[in-house]
Design a protein around this ligand. Structure first.
Ligand SMILES: Nc1ncnc2c1ncn2[C@@H]1O[C@H](COP(=O)(O)OP(=O)(O)OP(=O)(O)O)[C@@H](O)[C@H]1O
Ligand SMILES: [Mg+2]
Length: 337
C-alpha cells in the first residue's frame, strides 16, 4: 500500500517525455466572504492523458464545477482566490499564465459545454452564424459554411443545410445541446469539459447526448472531463472516475473498478442513490443529511457525520487519499471493512 497523497494515475507513465495534457496538483481554491477565506477546493490532484475520459461525480456543492472551471481559470476572481497548487495544461501552469496565454488555452485547448444550452446560445443570432463566430475566433482558416455543416453533421443534426439559418428557439433542447457541442468542437479542443451536459434534458435525449459524446471520443482524439451527479452513465463513457466530497477527492479509480468495487462509504452511498436503469428496479435511497457548507466542514473525515460506518476516531483523525490497490485511491482508513 502506498502512502502517497497525490494521486496522479493516468495512461502516461513517468518515463513519458511529454507532460500529460492535464495535470492538476494539490489545487486549493478559496471563496472570500466577509473577509473570511472559505475553502471550496482542498488539495485536488488529477491527471488526464490525451484521449482519456474522466468522470467527476458527487452531490451538489462538492466542488466539481469549481474544479473544472479552474482548468481554464474561469472561476470569477474575486470572490475566488487560488490558495495553492498547480494546474498544468501541456506542462504549463495556467495559474501563472498571462491573459494572452489564457486566451489561447480557453477554447483553443480546453472547451466547455454546460447544462443549459438555451442560456449559452445567443437568442438573436442564427445557429450557423454562432458556430461560424466560434471558428473565426479559434480556427479562422476554417471559418466557412462547409466547416459549419461538417460540424453540424458531426454532432448528428439531421438536414444541417436547413438548420443553419434557424434561431436557437426554433430548436429542441437536445438540438440546442448538439449546437453547443458543435461550437465547443469548432476550435479542435484537446480537452472537452462537459459540466452536467444532459441534466436539463429529458431522459431519451440525455441518452442520445451521452451516445454522441461516446461516438465523438471514438472519432476525435480528444480528452473528456465529464461532470455528473449520475453514476449510472459513468461506465458507458469514462476510463476513470473521481468522486468528490466537500472539496476533496474521496475515491479515484478506473470506472469498472469503482463501479464493481466501490470502497469509500460515500461512493457506496452515492451508488445506492442511483436509479437502476437496467435490470430490476432498485429502491432509491437518498444519502441522509446534507453536504456541509463552505467554512463549516467537520473535523476529521468530512463525511463522518453522514457515514453509516463511522467510528469514534473518524471525527478527529484527518484523512489521506491512499492508493489501496494499483490505481485505486481511497480517502478512508477503514476502506477494507
Ligand atoms: N462564485 C461563487 N462564490 C461563492 N461561492 C461559490 C461560487 N461558486 C461556487 N461556490 C461555492 O463553492 C462550492 C462548490 O461549488 P460547485 O459549483 O463547484 O459545486 P458542484 O459540485 O459543481 O455542485 P452542482 O452539482 O450543484 O453543480 C459550493 O459550496 C458553492 O456554493
Ligand atoms: Mg456544478
Amino acid at each position: 500500500m502506498s502512502s502517497a497523497s497525490s494521486p496522479a494515475p493516468s495512461n502516461a507513465t513517468s518515463a513519458d517525455a511529454t507532460p500529460p495534457l492535464l495535470d492538476i496538483r494539490d489545487l486549493r481554491l478559496d471563496f472570500m466572504k466577509d473577509g473570511r477565506a472559505l475553502r471550496a477546493v482542498d488539495g485536488v490532484s488529477l491527471r488526464l492523458g490525451a484521449g482519456e475520459a474522466l468522470c467527476l461525480v458527487g452531490e451538489s456543492g462538492c466542488g466539481k464545477s469549481v474544479t473544472a472551471l479552474s482548468i481554464a481559470r474561469l472561476v470569477p476572481s474575486p470572490p475566488a482566490r487560488y490558495a495553492g497548487g498547480e494546474i498544468r495544461v501541456n506542462g504549463s501552469d495556467v495559474l501563472k499564465m498571462s491573459p494572452r496565454e489564457l486566451r489561447a488555452i480557453r477554447g483553443g485547448v480546453v472547451s466547455y459545454i454546460f447544462q443549459e444550452p438555451g442560456s449559452s446560445l445567443n437568442p438573436v443570432f442564427r445557429v450557423g452564424a454562432q458556430i461560424l463566430e466560434s471558428l473565426k475566433l479559434h480556427r479562422p482558416e476554417a471559418a466557412n459554411e462547409e466547416e459549419v455543416l461538417r460540424l453540424l453533421r458531426l454532432v448528428g443534426i439531421p438536414a444541417p443545410e436547413s438548420r443553419l439559418r434557424d434561431y436557437p428557439h426554433q430548436l429542441s433542447g437536445g438540438m440546442q445541446q448538439r449546437i453547443m457541442i458543435a461550437m465547443a468542437l469548432a476550435s479542435h479542443p484537446r480537452l472537452l469539459v462537459a459540466d452536467e451536459p444532459t441534466t436539463a434534458l429529458d431522459v431519451t435525449i440525455q441518452a442520445q447526448i451521452i451516445e454522441l459524446l461516446r461516438e465523438l471520443r471514438r472519432q476525435i482524439q480528444m480528452s473528456l472531463l465529464l461532470i455528473t451527479h449520475n453514476l449510472g452513465i459513468v461506465g458507458d463513457l469514462a476510463d476513470r472516475v473521481a468522486v468528490m466530497y466537500a472539496g476533496q477527492i474521496v475515491e479515484l479509480a478506473p470506472s469498472h473498478t469503482l463501479l464493481s468495487r466501490p470502497l469509500h462509504p460515500y461512493t457506496r452511498a452515492l451508488m445506492n442513490s442511483v436509479p437502476k436503469l437496467k435490470g430490476q428496479v432498485g429502491r432509491l435511497s437518498a444519502i441522509p443529511g446534507n453536504v456541509p457548507n463552505l467554512g463549516s466542514f467537520p473535523e476529521g473525515c468530512r463525511f463522518h457525520p453522514r457515514c453509516p460506518q463511522a467510528r469514534p476516531d473518524c471525527s478527529t483523525q484527518s484523512t489521506q487519499l491512499l492508493e489501496v490497490e494499483p490505481s485505486h485511491w481511497v480517502r478512508c482508513p477503514y476502506w477494507s471493512t
